[in-house]
Write a new protein. Structure first.
Length: 71
């Protein structure tokens, strides 16, 4: 992963995540419209493999960002 450790970013030149169903599910929603429980459920259903690390990092970033918005 590139970027800062707490933040998610795509690896340069690796666009495979753009076609992942979970990325597609959330990528056109504002953070305000994303339901934290949905992200938790999706993250919990990912099988813990090296191949799933990128989508797990993306969903984890969504969770952290959503938590920053809680007042």
């Amino acid at each position: 992963m590139q970027g800062y450790p707490i933040n998610w970013s795509m690896n340069k030149g690796d666009t495979r995540i753009l076609f992942h169903p979970l990325y597609i599910k959330y990528n056109n929603q504002s953070f305000a419209d994303i339901t934290l429980s949905d992200v938790h459920t999706d993250l919990g259903n990912i099988i813990a493999t090296a191949e799933s690390a990128t989508i797990a990092a993306y969903l984890s970033w969504l969770v952290r960002t959503k938590l920053l918005l809680v007042v």
